[in-house]
Design a protein around this ligand. Structure first.
Ligand code: G3P
Length: 222
């Protein structure tokens, strides 16, 4: 399951993916998954996670904190994600960076709670650094391409290829994804051909006129 092609859809904090609208988006993702048989995971905002419970689709958080139960007002406890029916989390997204020691602790705590970890990295150096923490996935995302509509898998194939190579040399059980500017089936195809197991994306679906059509297109060449 871990190395099968996957599309991870980050809802970020767009109006189009908040609250009830996010539920509609998740329903579309679920339908597309059933139609095409392609694995898709959605990442709603933390307050919306309970709304997505029992949606029939895998749900990951956008963020988790490296904390144990106790007095940590405003933080996201790994155990609380489990209770909310969430099965994994993004960590260190470009819009929500964390120092390395906190990334490491998040990965360890998530592992204890059987939460899948997707650690984001902006460079090959960062990919190598976080690979040492042994997350389930590493997503290489050059920040300058995020939200640009220019797909990393076509605009910067070397960073994707070199990330895959670097991770394989450190721990071949870690799966590499890529993200930034992905919006079409051919972008996903290119990502797979570069040795990743899929993509992490947001605006290409969330801001699309017809999000269901956009998801089906993403799945079309897998
Ligand atoms: O987490 C996904 C991401 O940062 C890429 O965003 O809008 O370029 O698909 P986008």
């Amino acid at each position: 399951m871990k190395d099968q092609p996957v599309i991870i859809l980050n809802y970020k904090t767009y109006v189009e993916s908040t609250g009830a609208k996010g539920r509609v988006l998740t329903r579309m993702a679920h339908e597309a998954m059933k139609e095409k048989g392609v694995r898709i995971i959605v990442c709603p905002q933390t307050p919306d996670l309970y709304l997505q419970k029992d949606s029939g689709i895998e749900v990951f958080a956008q963020h988790v904190d490296p904390i144990e139960p106790g007095s940590h007002t405003g933080h996201v406890l790994p155990l609380a994600l489990v209770e909310a029916g969430v099965s994994g989390s993004l960590i260190n997204h470009s819009e929500d960076r964390m120092p390395a020691d906190k990334i490491k602790k998040c990965v360890e705590l998530c592992r204890q709670h059987k939460l899948t970890t997707v650690v984001c990295a902006e460079s090959i150096e960062k990919v190598k650094e976080v690979a040492a923490f042994k997350p389930d996935y590493i997503a290489i995302e050059p920040p300058e391409l995020i939200g640009s509509g220019i797909p990393v898998s076509k605009a910067d194939p070397d960073i994707v290829k070199n990330s895959v190579r670097a991770v394989q040399a450190i721990d071949p059980s870690i799966i590499v994804l890529c993200g930034a500017g992905i919006s079409k089936g051919e972008d996903v195809r290119a990502a797979l051909e570069l040795g990743t197991a899929g993509v992490l994306l947001a605006s290409g679906v969330v801001k699309a006129k017809d999000p269901k059509k956009a998801i089906l297109d993403l799945m079309s060449l897998i």
